[in-house]
Design a binder for this molecule. Structure first.
Ligand code: FES
Length: 120
């Protein structure tokens, strides 16, 4: 991440606010329409824009529910697409081969930071 981008980060949450092995959704940034969600696996957090590459709709069918029951895949509620947690690549479903839009994150002193304009 460039020094310029680093200055324009906003706090998303504390890492402990995301359940280990789970996910959490976040509403849009001020003035935006699309939110984000973050998946945590131990000390690793990955964040994506909450929009399915198929139709652009939010993935969670129940607010905050993004993962398969075994916690190994990200799911889209609308048509059941499955995505790899590590890189958002679609493994199954109508957007096969496409991927979720990843959001850069930085963790500083336990706080997850994302670019100011992420998820607008
Ligand atoms: S909108 Fe996500 S699979 Fe169709």
């Amino acid at each position: 991440m460039s020094a310029d981008a680093r200055e324009r980060l906003r706090p998303l949450c504390r890492i402990d606010d995301i359940p280990d092995g789970g996910a959490r959704g976040f509403g849009p940034a001020p003035g935006g329409f699309t939110g984000l969600f973050a998946v945590r696996q131990g000390g690793v957090v990955r964040a994506y824009v909450n929009a399915c590459p198929h139709l652009g709709v939010p993935l969670d069918w129940v607010p905050g529910r993004f993962l398969s029951t075994d916690g190994t895949r990200i799911l889209c509620a609308t048509h059941g697409a499955e995505f790899r947690i590590a890189d958002g690549h679609c493994l199954r479903g109508p957007c096969l081969g496409d991927r979720l839009e990843a959001v850069m994150i930085e963790i500083r002193e336990g706080v997850v930071l994302v670019p100011e304009d992420a998820g607008l």
